[in-house]
Design a protein around this ligand. Structure first.
Ligand SMILES: [Zn+2]
Length: 261
């Protein structure tokens, strides 16, 4: 079936009726294959998001690369495979800023410089990080054709809850101008069970659902995501991990708790 082309004006109307607020801070995670076809493609979607947010608004997208072998360069490192074509188009636009490490986010608008300012590379999703700053600015998260397993703000909640699971990470960085391996531990797992957030948010009426382009869209306040996740994490630190034996990543995360306790 051929889907209708959605015009930029229709996209703006969809975004506003979903609850996107002019002047607000909006962190967008998107899968363009679910959204399309829209007028002017990925650029058209970005323009519609910026127009819905208006001149006082701030648009934010994750643009990290999982390429550990090559040193991250905010001006050249692509993120299309990892983050999709919209994010990879966004950071390349001349008015868009991008953070300077491999866990980079990109942003345009009023709070762009603040959100993309340098942050500790070994705590990519703490309070002092792009997702932490969106949270502090009372921003909203828009999931566009993706679910909460793409919702990076949940890693902020894990950090605030002090969960003990960690993966070993090794990244090549520039130190005093020299390529150097940097090793640290990062909160991680397969993230599939982040999708349990969907019903928890719906039960409390904290999530607006609608359609943007052809995609199912979810709009949630960053603070509501963190608050609801924290409640569950405080009762059970492993609430977002699969039961033992389902997948390697969650097993690894469970094992790392034992190592640290
Ligand atoms: Zn898992």
């Amino acid at each position: 079936m051929v889907k209708d082309m959605i015009s930029k004006n229709e996209l703006i109307e969809q975004l506003l009726s979903l609850g996107v607020e002019p002047g607000g801070v909006l962190l967008v995670h998107t899968s363009f294959s679910k959204v399309k076809p829209v007028e002017d493609g990925p650029i058209g979607l970005i323009a519609a998001l910026e127009m819905a947010l208006g001149p006082q608004g701030t648009l934010v997208m994750p643009t990290m690369s999982y390429d550990d072998e090559n040193i991250f360069d905010p001006k050249t490192t692509p993120c299309r495979e990892e983050m999709g074509v919209v994010a990879d188009t966004f950071w390349r636009l001349p008015h868009v800023l991008r953070s300077d490490n491999a866990h980079a986010f990109a942003a345009s608008g009023r709070h762009a410089a603040e959100i993309t300012a340098s942050f500790p590379i070994d705590v990519p999703h703490g309070l002092d990080s792009p997702v932490g700053r969106v949270y502090a600015l009372n921003g909203r998260v828009l999931l566009l054709g993706v679910e909460h397993d793409s919702d990076t703000t949940l890693h902020l909640a894990e950090n605030l809850a002090g969960v003990r699971y960690r993966f070993d990470v090794r990244l090549k960085i520039l130190k005093d101008g020299q390529p150097t391996w940097f090793e640290y531990q990062e909160v991680n797992h397969c993230c599939q069970n982040f999708n349990t957030m969907d019903s928890w948010l719906d039960e409390r009426g904290l999530q607006r659902k609608g359609r943007v382009g052809h995609a199912e869209a979810r709009l949630i306040r960053s603070r509501d995501i963190v608050e609801v996740a924290l409640e569950h994490l405080k009762q059970d630190e492993t609430v977002f991990l699969h039961p033992p034996g389902v997948d390697e990543e969650c097993d690894k995360a469970r094992a790392s708790i034992l190592e640290r306790s």
